[in-house]
Design a protein around this ligand. Structure first.
Ligand SMILES: Cc1cc2nc3c(=O)[nH]c(=O)nc-3n(C[C@H](O)[C@H](O)[C@H](O)COP(=O)(O)O)c2cc1C
Length: 323
C-alpha cells in the first residue's frame, strides 16, 4: 500500500487519479478506475446538458460503490455552457469530489464547501497553485509542460515544477503530465507530490470508450508525436501529431488567426477521431507520455501493476542503492 496525504484526506485507496478528459471521462472508465482503487473523474461538459450529467453520475454509481468525482473545466468560450447548472447538478447528485480546471474556481467554491465537496484544482504553475491554496481548495493537481491538453505558457516540465510547488504548498499536491507507469509515480513521490494524475495513459485503456484505432496509434506513437497548437494565441494545447495539428501549426506560423483555424479545430471533428477512429478527422489531446505507453491494459491491470511495481521500486531497487 502507498499511503500519502492525498489517499488519507481524499479517502482513496491508491494515489492515482484519472483527470477529466473531454469526450472520454464517462461512466465505464471512471467506475473502472474507482473499482481499481484510483480516483476517476467524469467530465461534466462531455454531457450535453446538466440532466445528462445527472444520469451519467447515476450510471457510474451503478457500476461502482467506490468514491469518484466530476471534472468541471471552465474555459473562455463564445457561447459558454450553463456552468452554474452543471455545478448545481453535481451538488444535488451527492458527488463528494470535484476537479476544477481552466480558470479560477473561486466563484463556485462556497457552494462546493457548503455541500462538503472536496475540490482538487488543476493548474499549470506554482503561482496559480498558491492562489488556489489561498482561496481554500483542498488539493491541487499540477500539470507540467509534458501534459496532454493545456500546459499553460510557462513551459516548465514536471522535474522542476513539482518540487518547486512542493516547497511552497501546504495542501496535498498531485503531479500531472508525462506520467504513465510506476517509475513516474515513484519519481513524483520523490519530487514531493502526494500522488499522480494521468490522462494519456488512461485514454489508452480497455475501458476508455474511444475507437480501438486511436488506442493502437497511441501505442505506436513515441514521445515525439505531439504538436503544440495555439501557441500564437497564448492558449497552448498539446495534441497528437496528425495532418490537422500540423496544418494548424503551419497556419499559425504563417501569421494566421483563430478564424483561419476555427473549422479545423472544431470540437465535433475531434470527437469524430475518438468515435469513428478517423485519426485525421480533427485534433485530439495526447501527451509526451505516448512514448511510455506500449499496451492497452484494463484499469485494474494498470493501477495494480503501477502500485506493485512502485512498491518494488521503493523497497528493493531504491533501497538497494543505500550504501
Ligand atoms: C483526450 C484528453 C482530453 C482532456 N480533456 C480535459 C478536460 O476536458 N479538462 C481538463 O481539465 N483536462 C483535460 N485533459 C487533461 C488531463 O486531465 C490531464 O491533466 C493530462 O492529460 C495529464 O497529462 P498526461 O496526458 O501526460 O497524463 C485531457 C487529456 C486528454 C488526453
Amino acid at each position: 500500500m502507498l499511503r500519502t496525504r492525498f489517499t488519507e484526506e481524499f479517502g482513496i485507496e491508491h494515489p492515482i487519479v484519472q483527470g477529466g478528459m473531454m469526450w472520454v471521462g464517462r461512466a465505464e472508465l471512471v467506475a473502472a478506475v474507482a473499482n481499481a482503487g484510483g480516483l476517476g473523474f467524469i467530465t461534466a461538459l462531455t454531457q450535453p446538458t446538466p440532466d445528462a450529467l445527472r444520469e451519467e453520475i447515476e450510471r457510474t454509481r451503478q457500476l461502482t460503490d467506490k468514491p469518484f468525482g466530476v471534472n468541471v473545466t471552465i474555459l473562455p468560450s463564445i457561447n459558454p455552457p450553463p456552468y452554474a447548472e452543471y455545478v448545481q447538478t453535481i451538488i444535488e447528485s451527492g458527488v463528494k469530489i470535484v476537479e476544477t480546471a481552466g480558470s479560477n474556481p473561486e466563484p463556485f467554491l462556497p457552494y462546493y464547501k457548503e455541500a462538503g465537496i472536496k475540490v482538487l484544482h488543476k493548474c499549470t504553475s506554482v503561482r496559480h497553485a498558491l492562489k488556489a491554496q489561498k482561496i481554500g481548495v483542498d488539493g491541487v493537481s499540477i500539470d507540467g509542460f509534458e501534459c496532454a491538453g493545456h500546459p499553460g505558457e510557462d513551459d516548465i516540465p514536471g522535474l522542476i515544477l513539482i518540487p518547486a510547488a512542493a516547497r511552497v504548498l501546504d495542501i496535498p499536491m498531485i503531479a500531472s503530465g508525462g506520467i504513465a507507469d510506476a517509475r513516474g509515480l515513484v519519481a513524483a513521490l520523490a519530487l514531493g507530490a502526494d500522488g499522480v494524475n494521468m490522462g494519456t495513459r488512461f485514454l489508452c485503456t480497455a475501458e476508455s470508450a474511444i475507437d480501438q484505432k486511436v488506442k493502437e496509434q497511441i501505442v505506436a506513437n513515441s514521445e515525439l508525436d505531439t504538436q503544440l497548437i495555439f501557441r500564437t494565441l497564448r492558449n497552448t494545447a498539446r495534441v497528437a501529431d496528425n495532418a490537422i495539428s500540423r496544418k494548424v501549426v503551419e497556419i499559425e506560423k504563417a501569421g494566421g488567426t483563430f478564424e483561419d483555424v476555427r473549422e479545423l479545430v472544431a470540437g465535433a471533428r475531434g470527437r469524430r477521431v475518438f468515435e469513428e477512429g478517423d485519426l485525421d478527422a480533427g485534433i485530439w489531446s495526447a501527451g509526451l507520455a505516448q512514448g511510455l505507453i506500449h499496451d492497452i491494459p484494463t484499469c485494474a491491470e494498470l493501477i495494480g501493476r503501477m502500485v506493485a511495481e512502485a512498491e518494488e521500486l521503493i523497497s528493493a531497487r531504491l533501497a538497494s542503492i543505500l550504501a
